[in-house]
Structure formats: structure tokens, C-alpha cells
Ligand binder design. Structure first.
Ligand SMILES: Nc1nc2c(ncn2[C@@H]2O[C@H](COP(=O)(O)OP(=O)(O)OP(=O)(O)O)[C@@H](O)[C@H]2O)c(=O)[nH]1
Length: 379
């Protein structure tokens, strides 16, 4: 009998234990999958535990605007050759008029005077013109040549020589970061050229940060930001009328912090007050130099302003140590000889030339390619 009671108790215990295991399974199976959590706490998102706003329902999702297309300019090698057609106005003077006179049967005094006048008229400058004509005269006399191809080659050789092909025209980039100041009067194409230089550097594999230190003209900083946006470069700007030196300082600091290759600083160029300009540019330079040397100071000059441009250049050279010239708007003048005059009168190499309004119409200057564009066979 005791065994019977014991058996019943044991069976009851087993039955209860079995039910205990079974019920949760049934319940678990019955619970539907949890819906996605509609909210998350800011604590989970790294905040302080307040509920973050609910994610919008699918129907409310507004499509993000397409990311702006970042342009990748083509490398600059051969750019001057590709843009040679832009020098058509100067080609008329050098390649056509000059060669026509040189090709005359008799090269008398009048002919040489005509050649001299053409060169001076093309802004080559009196001193350089004399030197070119004297050497050309001597060589044509010695060689006794009248062959158009040979005359062309003689003229080209003299022009290349006048442009001093031995000058170093490379941009001093490669520091971490290199600092380039861009100076010049407003209206010379300075801000647009600054944007184009950024593209030149990016095209040749450098990363660039732009500093909009031309705070005098509000549109200049806006313009620079647009140029930067097109190539995905960062731009440091200040409020309108901010101290240019402080914007330049911030730009260089940001460049150092982000490890960019080059910081390119656009500066203001009010020339009506030389003392003010000196103070402003001098301060920009001093403040930037607190973080390291300025590697390059590029002076932007408008080729169409001729002698005026040279006067402007002298004022800037008194204030800052100009290391290279960027000659803009060469496509808009027949006076391409200004490149020779600028280099000789200022003693500074022309490093880049502007040949149009397009974003990539700025080319590294190469004397041989330039002269070939002026007097070459298809000039
Ligand atoms: N044809 C031609 N136009 C150029 C060249 N470089 C700049 N420009 C144009 O010159 C025009 C006027 O430039 P600027 O008035 O100097 O204006 P900016 O470049 O903003 O100069 P800042 O006033 O110094 O800030 C712009 O439409 C430029 O596109 C060039 O090499 N060739």
C-alpha cells in the first residue's frame, strides 16, 4: 500500500514538473516577434538619457538632396599647350607681324625699327626689346638667313632667352602644411585666381584648405567658398569685416590640425591707402608666421593693365616678400610681352598664367611652350 501511495505522489510530482517546462515554451511560441523600437534614449546615443525624437515613419522620410558632385581637375602638365589658342591676340603681333617683317628681302634700318616698335607695343619693355633686337640682328647678319623656318627659330630662341628659362617656377608646396599667401589688388582676378590655384594644386595631387582673409569684400569670401565646394576643399572664413590676420591665423591652424598639404590664403587688396595695405598685409604675414614660415607669396597681376600693373607690384613688394607672379587675363590682350617685362623689372618669376574665365584656365608658365604658342608654325 505504501508503495502505491509513493507511486501516486511521484507521478504527481513528475506531472507538475512536466507542465512547468511545457507552459513557458508554449507562451514563448505564442509571443509575436518584438516590433522595432520606435525610440532610443539619448543615453544610448551618447547623451544624457532624455528620449530622443522618434524616427519618422517611412512615409515621412524626406529624400536627402543629392551630394554635390566633387570635381577632379585633370593634371596640369601640358595645360599651356592645350590653351595656346587663347593667346591669339598676341600671336598676331609676334607670330604674324614680326615674322612678316623679318622675312622681307632686305632687312634695313626701317625694318629693324618696325620690329622694335612691335615688341615695345607688345609690352616687352624698352630695355628687353633692345637686347632682343640687337641679338637677332647680329645672328641674322652672321647666318645670312632668309629662310622663314630659320628666322622663326631665331626669334623664338631670343624670346625664350628673354624669359630666362632657368628660373624655378615650381610652387613651394609639400610642407605639412605649406602656406601660400595670394596678394594683389581687387579687380586683378585675385579671388577667382585663388580658386583656380586651389584646383591646380588639387589637380597635381595636393590637398588644400582655403583661408578667406579678404574680409573687406563680403562677396570675396562667398566666392572662395563656392570654389572650395566644387573641389571638396575646406574653407575657413570670418564674419564680414573680421580681422584678416585672425582669419588667416585660424586657417593655418586648421590646416595644421587637419594635416592638409597646403593652406592657400586669399588676402584683401585695397590699394588706395598704401599705409593701410602695408599694415594689413604685414600683420597677416606676422600672425601666420607664429605657426610657421610662409612658403610662397604669389602676386596676382592683370596682364591688361601694363605699366600700371608694374607700379602696383612695386607697392606689394615693399610690403611682402613676393616669390612668384600670377599673370591673369593674358587671353584678353595682344601685349603678351608683359611676361618678359614683369620678370625683368620685378626680378620675380611668372609662375602661372591666366588664359580665360574657365575654372581650369590657369596654367603653369613654361617659357618654351609660351613662345611656341606665340611664334610656332600654327601660331
Ligand atoms: N578672360 C579672363 N578673365 C579672367 C581671368 N582671371 C580672372 N578673370 C575674370 O575677371 C573677372 C573679374 O575678376 P575680378 O574683378 O578681379 O574679381 P575677383 O577675381 O573676384 O577679384 P577680387 O576683386 O580681387 O576679389 C572675373 O569674371 C574673372 O573670371 C583670366 O585669366 N582671363
Amino acid at each position: 500500500m505504501e508503495y502505491v501511495i509513493l507511486g501516486i505522489v511521484l507521478a504527481g510530482v513528475l506531472l507538475l514538473a512536466g507542465l512547468g517546462l511545457l507552459v513557458p515554451r508554449i507562451r514563448r511560441r505564442a509571443v509575436p516577434p518584438a516590433p522595432p523600437r520606435p525610440t532610443e534614449t539619448t543615453e544610448e546615443a551618447g547623451g544624457v538619457g532624455i528620449l530622443a525624437p522618434e524616427r519618422p515613419a517611412e512615409a515621412d522620410v524626406v529624400e536627402a538632396p543629392p551630394a554635390p558632385t566633387i570635381e577632379t581637375p585633370a593634371p596640369t602638365a601640358g595645360r599651356l599647350i592645350r590653351l595656346r589658342g587663347r593667346l591669339s591676340r598676341s600671336q598676331n603681333v609676334f607670330g604674324k607681324s614680326l615674322l612678316a617683317v623679318l622675312g622681307r628681302d632686305r632687312l634695313d634700318e626701317d625694318a629693324w625699327e618696325e620690329i622694335e616698335d612691335s615688341l615695345i607695343g607688345a609690352d616687352v619693355g624698352v630695355e628687353a626689346t633692345r637686347q632682343i633686337v640687337d641679338r637677332l640682328r647680329e645672328r641674322t647678319r652672321v647666318l645670312g638667313t632668309r629662310n622663314p623656318t630659320e628666322l622663326r627659330a631665331l626669334l623664338a630662341a631670343e624670346l625664350v632667352e628673354a624669359l630666362d628659362p632657368t628660373l624655378d617656377r615650381s610652387l613651394k608646396v609639400g610642407g605639412k602644411p605649406s602656406v601660400l599667401l595670394v596678394v594683389g589688388v581687387n579687380g586683378s582676378g585675385k579671388t577667382t585666381t585663388c580658386g583656380k590655384i586651389a584646383r591646380v594644386l588639387i589637380a597635381d595631387g595636393h590637398s588644400v584648405l582655403l583661408g578667406a582673409a579678404d574680409t573687406f569684400r563680403a562677396a570675396a569670401s562667398e566666392q572662395l567658398a563656392t570654389w572650395a565646394g566644387r573641389v571638396g576643399a575646406e574653407v575657413v572664413r570670418g564674419p564680414e569685416g573680421a580681422d584678416p590676420a585672425s582669419v588667416a591665423f585660424d586657417a593655418v591652424k586648421k590646416g595644421v590640425d587637419t594635416g592638409v598639404d597646403t593652406v592657400l590664403v586669399d588676402t584683401a587688396g585695397r590699394l588706395q591707402n598704401k599705409v593701410g595695405l602695408m599694415d594689413e598685409l604685414g600683420k597677416v604675414k606676422r600672425v601666420v608666421e607664429k605657426q610657421g614660415p610662409v612658403d610662397e607669396t604669389l602676386l596676382v597681376l592683370d596682364a591688361t593693365t601694363g605699366q600700371n600693373g608694374l607700379e602696383q607690384a612695386r607697392v606689394f613688394m615693399e610690403v611682402v616678400d613676393v616669390t612668384g607672379v600670377v599673370l591673369t587675363k593674358l587671353d584678353g590682350t595682344a601685349k603678351g610681352g608683359i611676361v618678359i617685362a614683369v620678370q625683368r623689372k620685378l626680378g620675380i618669376p611668372v609662375k602661372l598664367v591666366g588664359l580665360g574665365e574657365g575654372p581650369d584656365d590657369l596654367a603653369p608658365f613654361e617659357p618654351a611652350a609660351f613662345v611656341d604658342a606665340l611664334v610656332g608654325t600654327d601660331a
